[in-house]
Design a protein around this ligand. Structure first.
Ligand code: NAD
Ligand code: TDX
Length: 336
């Protein structure tokens, strides 16, 4: 049995990870530690909640006493740290919680992992730590880190801290830096679910700036399969980029969603740009492909259609979110 602590497992990527792993393997015992911030939702884990190899604990990764208790009681040997404040726009509105959770929270996990002599610590980082690209080029693992937002600077700090624990103390750390994910259970503040839900509600679609910023999109299960592989076979002390080589501008994505839902492009509303908006992200994932044999399995056209259909079919999931606390954020952010 692999006893794994998954942090942030009630969020978008973490919940997809847990559902994916528990559906196909019985050699993983997962303890999910999640604070259930606005972004955490136990509804995402309905299919896993009664699995005998799963426990949920509500708590903060900052709580050193609790984290120690979990390592000791569950004999934790592996950690995957998904827990984070993850939204760039929120980090611009208020940065402090990003540094508290993403930096100090990661420090608590690393210190505890060191004490309990674990076998592997996977830090889920992001391509945003590399900063912004011009029209040409791709991020490789040796691209210098140059984060531009409070969010990405906090993730870069955590990423470098994890590597420092490897170099200084020999903690068996591996890092993944993935590009933009899409799929079911993504919180509606993020581009794709926001555009789908606003279209379904015949609301305006707020496109930042000229709409030509580019992101490199990957289906969440492809990311999770890569994370699983890195946890099992990744070389300690190494960084692995994850991406599906699928660059698209925001306006292209927005128009594609409108087309699929049969809505008019008149719903598009260009709004003020995000301050410090990174122009383009694009990942070179040659290393994970050649060294670990990973490749993306989902074609964008099919997976985005499947994702849009998921939001159509799961209206009650997102309605309870948009009618809750999120409403205030939406009003402040978009003034639509
Ligand atoms: P999310 O915001 O959907 O989920 C984050 C989860 O972490 C939530 O369940 C929240 O309750 C939990 N959490 C927050 N603070 C916590 C704390 N102090 N203690 C315990 N739990 C806490 O985020 P996501 O999109 O699923 O991202 C997961 C991870 O993947 C993050 O580390 C993010 O930086 C990284 N990442 C995301 C993307 C993407 O496209 N979404 C791409 C690359 C990397
Ligand atoms: O309303 C919007 N209008 C708009 O034009 C929103 C929410 C976004 N955008 C643009 C900004 C970005 O160029 O769409 C692009 C994608 O935005 P987000 O969904 O906020 O994602 P991004 O800022 O690229 O960051 C995401 O990918 C990397 C995740 O939120 C991070 O957690 C991850 O590390």
């Amino acid at each position: 049995m692999k006893n794994i602590l998954v942090t942030g497992g009630a969020g978008f990527i973490g919940s997809n990870f847990i559902n994916h792993i528990l559906a196909k393997r019985d050699d993983y015992f997962i303890v999910n530690l999640d604070k259930l911030t606005y972004a955490g939702n136990l509804e995402n884990l309905k299919q896993s909640e009664n699995n005998k190899n799963y426990r949920f604990i509500r708590g903060d990764i900052m709580n050193s006493e609790l984290v120690n208790y979990i390592f000791e009681s569950y004999n934790i040997k592996y950690v995957i740290n998904f827990a984070a404040e993850s939204h760039v726009d929120r980090s611009i509105l208020g940065s402090q919680i990003f540094y508290i959770t993403n930096v100090i929270g990661t420090n608590v996990l690393l210190e505890t992992a060191l004490k309990f002599k674990i076998e592997k610590f996977l830090q889920i980082s992001t391509d945003e730590v590399y900063g912004s690209l011009g029209a040409e080029g791709l991020f490789t693992e040796s691209t210098p880190l140059s984060p531009n937002s409070p969010y990405s600077s906090s993730k870069a700090a955590a990423d470098m801290m994890a590597l420092a624990f490897y170099h200084t103390y020999g903690l068996p750390v591996v890092i993944t830096r993935c590009s933009n994910n899409y799929g079911p259970y993504q919180f509606p503040e993020k581009l794709i679910p926001l555009m789908v839900i606003n279209s379904l509600n015949n609301k305006k679609l707020p496109v930042y700036g000229d709409g030509l910023n580019v992101r490199d999109w990957i289906y969440v299960i492809d990311h999770n399969k890569a994370a699983e592989l890195v946890l099992e076979k990744g070389k300690i002390g190494e960084v692995y980029n994850i991406g599906a080589s699928n660059e698209m501008s925001n306006i292209e994505i927005t128009k594609l969603i409108l087309k699929r839902l049969g809505r008019s492009e008149d719903l598009i509303q260009y709004v003020n740009d995000r301050p410090g908006h990174d122009r383009r992200y694009a990942i070179d994932s040659t290393k994970i492909r050649t060294e670990l044999g990973w490749k993306p399995e989902f074609y964008f056209e099919e997976a985005i259609a499947k994702t849009i259909d998921w939001y159509i079919e799961n209206k009650s999931w997102w309605e309870s979110i948009i009618n809750g606390e999120y409403r205030n954020y939406y009003k402040t952010q978009y003034k639509l």
